[in-house]
Design a protein around this ligand. Structure first.
Ligand code: F3S
Ligand code: F3S
Length: 105
């Protein structure tokens, strides 16, 4: 799977959402998250993110390792809805992301 890391927090550009052929990029309160079971590793999202927040799971910079589990944890309650557009915006974020200081200043 691909994952979304810290540069997305409070930026949420959403260019990636338009590119994903399987609609597996879901919106939380402060970031977007890729559903790891739904992502087909097409990689289309990665080059379009203006802040370079998207990485293949094996290529995540060490400092952003926690985002691997954060992307998965986001779906603990949501599961695998099979499409982000029908879920829409949620106000949920994994705890450590929720507690980050404002990132867009
Ligand atoms: Fe975030 Fe980049 Fe997508 S800022 S919403 S990962 S285009
Ligand atoms: Fe979609 Fe990106 Fe995966 S475009 S299928 S989330 S690699």
């Amino acid at each position: 799977t691909y994952i979304i890391a810290e540069p997305c927090v409070d930026v949420m550009d959403k260019a990636c959402v338009e590119e994903c052929p399987v609609d597996c990029i879901y919106e939380g309160g402060r970031s977007l998250y890729i559903q790891p079971d739904e992502c087909v590793d097409c990689g289309a999202c990665e080059p379009v993110c203006p802040v370079e927040a998207i990485f293949y799971e094996d290529d995540v910079p060490d400092e952003w390792d926690p985002y691997l589990s954060a992307n998965a944890d986001f779906f603990d309650e949501l599961g695998s809805p099979g499409g982000a557009s029908k879920v829409g915006k949620t106000d949920f974020d994994p705890p450590f992301i929720k507690s980050l200081p404002p990132m867009n200043e």
